[in-house]
Design a protein around this ligand. Structure first.
Ligand code: KG4
Ligand code: ZN
Length: 372
């Protein structure tokens, strides 16, 4: 994407709106400085369904949008008048949920006359790493690392599982690998349900796995054989891709077996073995992509970044491959408005033209479209 450039603005004050899944997020940044990150989650409302129900999420966004906006402005000690630009997640995500945030952003932009940027949620997950106070190191240092095309991102949440290469966060982001079916967090949520554990399943399985034996069951590592992986010289079609549906089915069969025999289901052992299968394949493929694509720095994002085994194994494998691992603080890893504002500020600083109000949401927006 190459856009006509406006004169670049230094340290713009940008309001970011996020509503692609079950978090209504409003963030405000000044340049690379985070002023507020206000998030209202509808997760509690999805608990009894064991997963996010799109219609409920959309309604919750409607209820939360104005209070979250008011709270964010108050927390940042700024007014709408002070804002230089508005950025909003235009995709990918749940269609109805995205529509609420984009409609709110368009209404705000129209009422205030402020420029509006419709941006990519996945790229925004990386943008958050470029904030000064991202909980790890100076964000602008990360940007330096990114300038040579050596920045990668591993995004793992309830909605996505992607490996990205970020050459220029404003216009050159490539998708190296993604899941063909369930997202990693979704697999955790579904398997937790099979095991009778609470939603969200990730933390529940993480906890149960601590007392389990990760070698008790050997569960499949999707798309990991030679047919899919190929070789470094002749890569297979799914070398960096993931699939978790076979793993979920394998877990279901094991549980059914115990139940059919009238035996107690060994929840902790199954949780630990399932977790090992997910984390093994994610970390192996991410580090392989880093090695083969010349990525010396890897940023981790998404709710599954909270997983203790993922952090442990990814740290170990990155260290032995000489890849520097960056994990922003958890509130910035999960969906939030700060990441949207952070990417918006990059676009404004780089002088990109705003999107206007004619763009529409795109629930499967490709990562190559950083901004409409
Ligand atoms: O980024 P996020 O908050 O938003 C959505 O994708 O909606 O990610 C939520 C996902 C859920 O699937 C949840 O089960 C998973 O992140 N998760 C975890 C852990 N904490 C949250 N997965 C594994 N281990 C955890 N400790
Ligand atoms: Zn996300």
């Amino acid at each position: 994407m190459t856009k006509p450039k406006l004169s670049a603005a230094a340290e713009p004050l940008v309001l970011g709106i996020e509503s692609s899944c079950d978090e209504t997020g409003i963030g405000i940044v000044r340049g690379t400085r985070l002023l507020t990150n206000t998030v209202s989650s509808s997760m509690e409302e999805h608990v009894r369904f064991g997963g996010v129900i799109p219609e409920i999420a959309s309604r919750a966004h409607l209820d939360a949008m104005i209070p979250a906006l008011e709270a964010a402005l108050a927390d940042a000690h700024v007014t709408l008048d002070d804002i230089d630009a508005i950025a909003v997640t235009a995709g990918p995500g749940l269609a109805g949920a995205l529509m609420v945030g984009v409609s709110a952003a368009k209404a705000l932009a129209t009422a205030t006359g402020k420029p509006l940027y419709g941006i990519n949620h996945l790229v925004a997950h990386v943008g958050v790493g470029l904030l000064d106070d991202n909980g790890t190191e100076d964000g602008s240092a990360l940007l330096e690392h990114a300038r040579d095309g050596g920045l990668g991102a591993l995004l793992v949440s309830g909605g996505h599982t992607e490996i990205l290469q970020v050459r220029d966060i404003t216009q050159d982001v490539r998708l190296l690998g993604a899941t063909l079916d369930d997202a990693a967090g979704e697999a955790y949520d579904k398997v937790a349900r099979l095991l009778g554990l609470d939603y969200p399943g990730g933390p529940a399985i993480d906890r149960a796995a601590r007392t389990g034996n990760a070698k008790a069951f050997v569960f499949p590592r999707g798309l990991s054989n030679r047919k899919f992986m190929g070789t470094a010289e002749a890569p297979g079609a799914h070398r960096y891709n993931f699939s978790f549906s076979g793993l979920k089915t394998a877990v279901a069969r094991v549980i059914e077996g115990f139940e059919a025999r009238g035996e107690e289901v060994p929840v902790a052992d199954i949780a630990a073995s399932f977790q090992e299968a997910v984390v093994d394949v994610i970390t192996k493929k991410a580090v392989l992509a880093c090695r083969e694509q010349g990525l010396h720095t890897l940023l981790l994002g998404g709710g599954v970044a909270a997983n203790s085994r993922l952090r442990e194994l990814l740290s170990a494998r990155c260290a032995s491959a000489g890849v520097r691992l960056i994990i922003p603080k958890f509130t910035l890893c999960t969906d939030n408005g700060a990441m949207v504002a952070a990417l918006g500020a990059r676009l404004v600083e780089a002088g990109y033209e705003p999107s206007g109000v004619d763009f529409t949401t795109d629930s499967s927006l490709p990562v190559t479209t950083v901004c409409f």
